[in-house]
Design a protein around this ligand. Structure first.
Ligand code: 5CA
Length: 156
């Protein structure tokens, strides 16, 4: 397993959750590709989008269904400051992972995390696991527990 995927697996193991990182031969770089590789609906892919807090300069992580966009006004309310678009360097510096494989956990700098509440209605979801070929399956409750994130409506 690639080192970045191992870091995610180690974090899951440390939490004593029996969750397994799975590497796929096909790309899981985007939510659509991940859904195709896994064989699930794109709505079941939990994408992890990193923003830069306008005031703090710190990372804000929004986790939402691959089926819809994130409403940045709603994210601002939940995060307590405006989220600005982060570039690839910011994402790598704050998370330790490259875009396309950013997981919702195991970030270098702990982000303010907001989870879209519509994910909670799904029995299971898939999230990126550190590389553009790795994902792991978890329940929305696992996601809440692992991230300590705040639930909010982030749907446009
Ligand atoms: N592995 C998949 C499925 S979990 C994945 O990571 N999908 S994702 O949607 O969470 O990650 C891709 C996201 O990275 C895009 O939605 C977009 O918000 C962001 N992104 C893509 N290119 C850039 C870029 N050049 N700069 C900043 N963010 C980008």
């Amino acid at each position: 397993m690639k080192e970045s995927a191992l870091r995610v697996q180690d974090a899951l193991t440390t939490e004593r959750l029996e969750l397994e990182v799975r590497e796929f031969p096909a790309s899981t770089r985007t939510a659509a590709e991940a859904a195709q590789a896994v064989g699930c609906e794109v709505a079941t892919i939990a994408k992890s989008i990193v923003f830069r807090g306008r005031e703090s300069g710190g990372p804000i992580l929004a986790v939402a269904s691959g089926a819809h966009r994130i409403d940045v006004e709603k994210l601002a309310k939940a995060a307590g400051e405006a989220p600005e678009r982060a570039d690839a360097d910011f994402v790598r510096e704050k998370t330790g992972f490259a875009i396309g494989g950013v997981p919702p956990i195991a970030h270098k700098v702990p982000p303010v995390t907001v989870i879209d509440e519509s994910l909670m209605a799904l029995p299971e979801i898939w999230a990126a696991a550190g590389t553009p070929n790795a994902v792991f399956r978890l329940t929305p409750n696992d996601l809440l527990r692992l991230t300590g994130g705040k639930l909010a409506d982030l749907k446009p």
